[in-house]
Design a binder for this molecule. Structure first.
Ligand code: TYD
Ligand code: MG
Length: 478
């Protein structure tokens, strides 16, 4: 019998160490290393031979000989989810859906089981809820599709048998952390179990050409193996973002072998489950304060479309020796740098002030084009002077206070008029492109006058430096 081995494995990133450590040297998380005894009990039964490929033969073919017929895509029945997947499910793809407990993973996947555009059975394996509980949830969601098969098995070997028996057209595993393989003696939820089971599911997905969706809980304490340790094994990784307490949920693909990453989809959690939101910008901007100091609207790019968000800033005198810099939805280090630029240029005395900057709606912006909006929001809060609420602001700010150009301009501005923006403050370096876009849009408008007339553009105000932007935005004649 193979000798057992004790390893300490990080539940967050999968790092393996011979001894226990308080902090994982790889992902720098604290207290995430757990002891795992690894001693394979069975033989290698069920595992493909190293000489065989997914389809069980050892054939080597030229690329042109390989048929692409079976790589068909089919819709999940939820448009926003399809967009994140890059156009729907691909046969044989292993998709990981990660998110914090309670964010809506099971709800969304049960809805997909109901709506997916595929004939045949759908298998929903839940190690978390009993079949009665799933039935109750399905009734709340108005799901009555008879073709959904439920299973509460948690042994991977049993699950692989029922997948082979029923040959479903889609299989959902909720969640990977409840499954275990009899081949390993470590507990369900441990890194080695999660890896082993995912590798097994990958073999099934590829050999039977069934798309399999696995749910992975993201836990902060690392007690359960997180989806991070599985990311490299699966084809597509989708994470839920946003706050569990709010009504909105966002999902984003961070890895996708069959499509673009970075696509963001918006949903609203209602009493009938998750509903899609097509027009995220107007939703994110609804209810925003009009002409309030510290509030600025910017246009950010999320995947293939632009989203308009409000950035809010609040300053208050600090009671600490080091002032607080709190950023929600933005990088805190970047905020610190931006505040330093503002301080250098305008000597506002921010070292005695706590600064809170928030991206409204729970969205996270990593794009630098929001720099100018962040700085003008802080300046507006400091001076207690509002920026006109029909003004859109974007541009990257360099260390010398210069405003650098941004990309995807057409996407950023095309929606601005329908949302009621009259002015747009943006980098001078983007002037030429804007002129081209304006020409293109005006010629389009002439072609199909009435319906496109609404896409008249805002008035563009080009700026070179932060000082110029502040002058323009806070001059008394605007
Ligand atoms: P769930 O899908 O169980 O989360 P996860 O699988 O990610 O742990 O979602 C649970 C939350 O969703 C719960 O707080 C209740 C809420 N919810 C609704 O608001 N409406 C609904 O129709 C459903 C089914 C759940
Ligand atoms: Mg769940």
């Amino acid at each position: 019998m193979a000798k057992s081995k004790t390893l300490f494995v990080c539940g967050s990133c999968g790092y393996e160490a011979q001894g226990w450590m308080g902090r994982c040297p790889s992902c720098k998380e604290w207290n995430t290393l757990v002891e795992e005894k690894i001693h394979p009990t069975g033989d290698k039964a069920g595992k493909p031979s190293a000489h065989l490929n997914w389809s069980g033969d050892s054939g080597v073919r030229s690329l042109s000989e390989v048929s692409s017929d079976h790589q068909i895509r089919f819709s999940s029945g939820i448009g926003e989810f399809d967009r994140v997947l890059g156009g729907g499910f691909v046969s044989g793809a292993l998709v990981l859906v990660g998110g914090e407990p309670g964010i809506g993973k099971s709800t969304l996947l049960l809805q997909i089981c109901d709506r997916v555009h595929r004939d045949g059975k759908i298998l929903y394996v839940s190690g978390e809820e009993s079949q009665t509980q799933i039935r109750m949830r399905a009734e709340r969601l108005d799901i009555r599709t008879p073709s959904i098969l439920l299973s509460s098995l948690t042994s991977f070997e049993d699950i692989s048998l029922i997948i082979r028996e029923h040959e479903p057209s889609l299989c959902v595993i909720d969640s990977i952390q409840t499954l275990y393989s009899e081949e390993l003696s470590s507990a369900p939820g441990s890194v080695s179990q999660a890896r082993e089971v995912t590798a097994g599911l990958l073999r099934i997905a590829k050999s039977m050409m069934i798309p399999i969706v696995i749910v992975g809980h993201v836990t902060k304490d690392g007690a359960l193996a997180g989806p991070k340790v599985l990311e490299h094994m699966v084809d597509t990784v989708i994470y839920f973002e946003g706050e569990e307490s709010g009504a909105y949920r966002m999902i984003r693909a961070v890895k996708n072998r069959f499509g673009a990453t970075g696509e963001l989809a918006f949903f609203e959690m209602t009493d009938k489950g998750l509903t899609e939101i097509d027009d995220a910008s107007s939703l994110l901007l609804s209810g925003r304060p009009i002409n309030a100091p510290g509030s600025v609207i910017t246009a950010t790019i999320e995947g293939s479309r632009s989203v308009f968000v409000e950035i809010q800033a609040l300053l208050s005198p600090t009671s600490f020796s080091v002032p607080q810099r709190m950023a929600q939805g933005l990088d805190r280090v970047r905020l610190g740098m931006l505040l330093a630029i503002l301080e250098k240029k305008f000597s506002l005395g921010l070292m005695n002030t706590d600064a809170y900057v928030n991206v409204v709606g729970g969205l996270r912006i990593d794009e630098r084009s929001s720099d100018l909006a962040v700085l003008t929001a802080v300046y507006s809060a400091f001076r207690d002077i509002p920026i006109r609420s029909d003004t859109l602001v974007f541009g990257e700010v360099g260390l010398t206070g210069e405003i650098r150009p941004v990309n995807f301009l057409e996407k950023r501005i095309i929606e601005s008029r329908s949302l009621g923006f009259q002015y747009c403050v943006l980098p001078s370096a983007n002037k030429q492109i804007i002129e081209k876009i304006s020409k293109k849009i005006s010629s389009n408008t002439r072609d199909k006058s009435a319906e496109n007339a609404i896409i008249a553009l805002p008035e563009f105000i080009f700026v070179d430096s932060l000082s110029e932007a502040i002058d323009v935005l806070f001059s008394s004649d605007r």
